[in-house]
Design a protein around this ligand. Structure first.
Ligand code: URA
Length: 240
């Protein structure tokens, strides 16, 4: 069956349709040895399609899961200490899934898991600056200066943090609750930012990742992303 090349490339999970059009227009796609142009068609089953000289593989069964990671699970495939790992929570699925980025053992919340290595690498790459929103509970009351620092940058041992957004701040029972949206993904970043300002984090939950939220998912529960959500994530990956 003849189909537009951008459709075949996107269906193979290589990138979004829009990005595929750009690759075709840039002369980076060949079919049976010939560079193709936008609008050309091919048969995914019988043509040899190369993108940047690499063979386009037929779509595997690509799976995209949004997991509400519970406290106490480790974001790894295998823990030498035998602690529960996030992959235990997706064992019922017939594919091997990898986490996109990581959450600390004591951080719960939104974790994407997929077998789409290209998308996972792309989203986790610092150049893509995906917004990640955390709900934090810290000891004590944040000063005006600390609030400004969280938003403008906190000096950590690996440098000044990028501008962030602070929202829904409230003080209750000796603790401050707030939401912090960052786009960097440094190790233990939110905890280290708060600790550098003198506030121990007593609870940390990732409640948002780009346009995705935890809505409807209790800790330990998961759901498949919709095709629309996957396409939106892919288009984020296309725009460094
Ligand atoms: N910041 C942290 O401190 N921990 C996480 O797991 C994620 C962000």
């Amino acid at each position: 069956m003849q189909q537009r090349l951008q459709k075949i490339i996107a269906a193979a999970g290589y990138c979004s349709r829009r990005r595929a059009e750009e690759l075709i227009a840039a002369g980076r796609v060949r079919v049976d040895g010939q560079i193709v142009k936008l609008g050309d068609q091919a048969d995914a089953e019988t043509s040899v399609i190369l993108v940047d000289d690499k063979l386009l593989k037929a779509a595997e069964n690509l799976v995209y899961i949004l997991l509400n990671k519970p406290l106490g699970t480790v974001t790894t495939l295998n823990d030498p200490e035998g602690r529960p790992v996030v992959t235990d929570l997706v064992r019922d699925l017939p594919v091997r899934l990898f986490p996109v980025g990581r959450l600390d053992i004591n951080t719960s919340g939104l974790l994407l898991m997929t077998n789409d290595g290209a998308l996972a690498n792309c989203l986790a790459h610092p150049s893509h600056q995906v917004d990640k929103t955390y709900l934090a509970k810290v000891r004590g009351q944040l000063s005006e200066q600390s609030k400004r620092s969280l938003e403008e940058g906190v000096l950590l041992e690996d440098g000044l943090t990028a501008p962030a957004t602070l929202a829904n701040l409230r003080y209750r029972g000796g603790h401050t609750w707030f939401e912090l949206t960052i786009h960097e993904g440094r190790n233990r970043q939110v905890r280290r930012m708060c600790e550098a300002l003198g506030h121990q984090v007593s609870r940390l939950v990732r409640i948002g990742y780009a346009f995705l939220t935890l809505e409807g998912l209790a800790p330990g529960q998961k759901r498949m992303l919709t095709a629309k959500e996957v396409a939106r994530l892919k288009s984020l990956g296309d725009n460094p």
